[in-house]
Design a protein around this ligand. Sequence first.
Ligand code: SR1
Ligand code: MG
Length: 418
Amino acid sequence: KHVFEALSAETLPSRLSGNTALCDRIGGDHGRWQVKEVGDGNLNLVFIVTGEKGAAIVKQALPYVRLVGERWPLPLKRSFFEYHALIRQAARDPGMVPEILFFDAEQAMIIMEYLTPHVILRRALIAGRMLPKIGRDLGLFTARTLFRGSDLSMPTRDKKADLALFADNVELCDITENLVFSDPYFEAEMNRHTSPHLDNLVEELRRDRDLKVEAQRLKHIFSAKAETLCHGDLHTGSVMVTDDETRVIDPEFAFYGPISFDVGMLLANFWMSYFSQGGHETTAGERDQMRAYLLDTTETIWETFCDEFSALWRSDRKGILYQASLFEDRNDPFGSEQALTIVLDEIYREMLGFAGVEILRRILGLAHNADFETIDDLSRRAQCESKALKLGRHLAVNRDRIASLRDIRATAQRLQQE
Ligand code: SR1
Ligand code: MG
């Protein structure tokens, strides 16, 4: 009875007709439901189901990678991790993830709030929309979820239990370990790039010893530094927006990893959007405005992250790390501020490295971004991508020597003008 079976637009109404949570939300007359499959990600099925009272999302994992097909099996349990990550993120930054209505582990299915009129942030950025709130919302979201999922905040027993729970998301971590940190740096079977325009640069990057060493150092940090519950795949395709609201979706890659990982992946996607603007059909003035907005947004995300992380450090630090009592010395009242500076500095340097390898893998590896893929003229696409590749390499290799995001703004602007 409970054996997994993939849903289809045709079978969904009869299969979910008895689901109270769904019927309560959209209306119980399943004969009148309209179902549309809208999944455009790499892994899952996503349906919008509309009834006489409203609409909901039904998301179902498939036992394989949708992008590649059945020859790449992938466990259904990723849906369990997505569900558990969403619950924790909802508690740690209320209102920033979709409301969960129902979860079925056997069917690997989550029924959740239908976000409307929200659109995927990546699509909005490709269309040249400047969302006013995302910088601050995403800075707060990353600081709150990453601080509150760590030993800085959680009781150590709860944190260790969660570490054990999410440790089983091994296959999704394996995807990141290979696709982000290893495959781009050799001629892996599934790699692809805009050929022949990028061939020379790709060859150069694959011979770049410093870059490969950094990619492996970052892989080491990714796999060994189990600091907090990360979203695990926080790119601009995992964010839905209106002008007034920001929601983060799709945490099926959730794992215990470095605080810096989500922030780095997120910023990388804004830098890629920056370089992709030259391939979109907009006026020079519109492109300049959009580019300035994207660089401003990276700075807002990072500054908001630091401010909120610091505020939580000062007021909410209740885990086993940097206990206040250790620093309450009248002769040295700034010990905990000194420790905070060191912690943020380490996050910053790792974050730049993760941003660098995220950029590189989206152009050299299997999973590309619509930002570049929607540029039909391949020579123009490659021009945009080569600038992004150079920034990615710079971030990964020079991350210990880049003083601030202002410096990255200058580097990005210089590369853009090359
Ligand atoms: C095979 S999965 C490829 C990529 O899609 C997901 O969104 C992750 O980013 C993963 O690396
Ligand atoms: Mg996803």
